[in-house]
Design a binder for this molecule. Sequence first.
Ligand SMILES: [Zn+2]
Length: 723
Amino acid sequence: MTTRLALALAASLGLSMPAYAQDPAPAATEAARAANPFFAESPLPLHYPQFDRIKDSDFAPAFDAGMAAQLKEVDAIADNPEPATFDNTILAMEKSGQVLNRAQTVFFSLVGADTNPVREKLRSDYSGKFAAHGDAIALNGKLFARVASLYAERDSLGLDAEGVRLVERYHTDFVRGGAKLSDADKAKLKAMNSELAALGTKFSQNVLADVNASAVVIDEVKQLDGFTPEQIATAAEAAKARKLEGKYVITLLNTTGQPPESQLTDRATRQKLHEASVARGSHGGEFDNREIISKIMKLRADRAKLLGYPNHAAYVLEDETAKTPQAVNDMLGKLAPAAVANAKREAADLQAMIKSEGGDFELAPWDWAFYTEKVRTAKYNFDESQLKPYLELNNVLENGVFYAANQLYGLSFKKRTDLPLYHPDTATYDVFDADGQQLAIFIVDMYARDSKRGGAWMNSYVSQSGLTGYKPVVANHLNIPKPPAGKPTLLTWDEVTTAFHEFGHALHGMFSNVKYPYFTGTSVPRDFVEYPSQVNEMWADWPAILKNYAKHHETGAPMPQELLDKVVAASKFNQGFATTEYLGAAMLDQRWHQISADQVPDAAGVMAFEAAAQKADGTDYAPVPPRYRTPYFSHIMGGYSAGYYAYIWSEVLDANSVEWFKNNGGLTRANGDHFRKTLLSQGGSQDALQLFRNFAGHEPKIEPLLKKRGLVADTPEAGAGSK
Ligand SMILES: [Zn+2]
């Protein structure tokens, strides 16, 4: 995982920017260069990566030569005897580092989606080197002097608004990267960044290793009562893959809650699953993350102080739309009591259900999902298992996700089978605009596997910019359990929503229409980037869309209207739980990052710190543990440090936008085109909140979010808190 600072630097300094046709000359022999696909632009359509030619042994030479080449380019810019101009400094920086960028883009994508021991070793070996490389550029005094001189006269350089903004962003990134520090402090900063990079890598490697090592082994099939025959077969296969023939293995997802808890009738099995989940990273042994956490938090606090900030959160939030820890604390603090109260009302319903079935135990975390399904069935007369036959993966994707993009934006999709794949479970589509022009290539990677990190995400292999002329190649990744061979992939409602969500990010990447690589696609503040993807979730249960994809996988019969209505009606169900577990994690993230170095506990105190933080935040409600506990909270050890609040922060804009669509006629081409024109195509080329205002025509309001989450006491949805 990259640190926040490294990410900012990478973004600002071209490390994660699209490549150019003109290669510099790295120190490698001609033969080696010719054999290594990263040394030249990919000849495939839209410069799609040559997965069939890329070998793991190609990465190190491309990293080494790519870093050397970029440093040479940067030195040439810094040492240029001509006075600084936009072209010879900023644009030259935007164009630097092509080989490195190509290699890193593919490498980090594959490490996330399909890692292996060689890739993990490379990741460890290079994390410190990449951090040092970023620092060598960010802390180049002569380069900063040129950027600073351009910044001082930015309004008289004859630049358009996007150009002026680019100069400002470069200046800000250099200052935040330590450009104004003394030489002695620069040296300290470099050492910290390098150590943080190594620790971050180790943390995420431990998370992946422990999620696999903590998979729960079950001896007898009766302990799996409640599973479908397909799930039992999957568990048997997972056991076989681990050389445990005759047993069953339930693999874990990276969240605290584990989906099988909603089905397993055997309470002891549920408990076992839950306990294995929450112990990850803190049960001793080689994958224990507590010491790493302590070190990372201390280093981040020290680094913030060095850069002139009271703590890491203050440093991070200054560059987000939130601006200050106080703003984030105010928002989360306002939501938490209402959310916990909601969760407690839901718990009362669950406890009543337990009692009505003759149970005489108190609701525990591992009971929540199980009894929630029962209450859902009682309240809405349906459960997840009735839905699933209507939610077949390809139908959801092509007739749901793609169909919505067609209705809103006029996009069409054509599967292609001629491009090389990095894994056989992936697929590629050509994406065409309404006028028939190719817009992008879209890679779909839906299935969970041991080599894939948890969660769901989008990434770009090729990013759009006018400067490069490149069109986007973007990918979506989910973690849907793969059914046994020959069986259909039937999704949960949550997985359907996630597919729409991730495609919202993909649209943000594909619609990008900016001049400079710096501003491409999803290169927006972290507390803004989730907003377009959240908006896209609204189409999952939009009646005209749902009707188009929710068809029985065997008979093709449409999902009965009655069931459709129930899905929609139940959408606010269990929101107290969802909001509480989310806020528990988001506030924990802030607690960790709003302290000074001397307040950071050592390894033995990490879990006690977490418990105390939850208590102080009022989120310490035992049946609803945080969505992630610190030792497996990858977001905050990686790119979302002090940034996990971003999801609910973005949701304010999301809820406003959903309201806008509804008030303006819903699913229409005109509405889609307006969203695309004002916002989705703009990347980071304007101030993020201005983009929202351009789209919605007003300032963001909090009420739509409170309503959506059932947190307003006087709305009918809130009432029982379980709608
Ligand atoms: Zn997202």
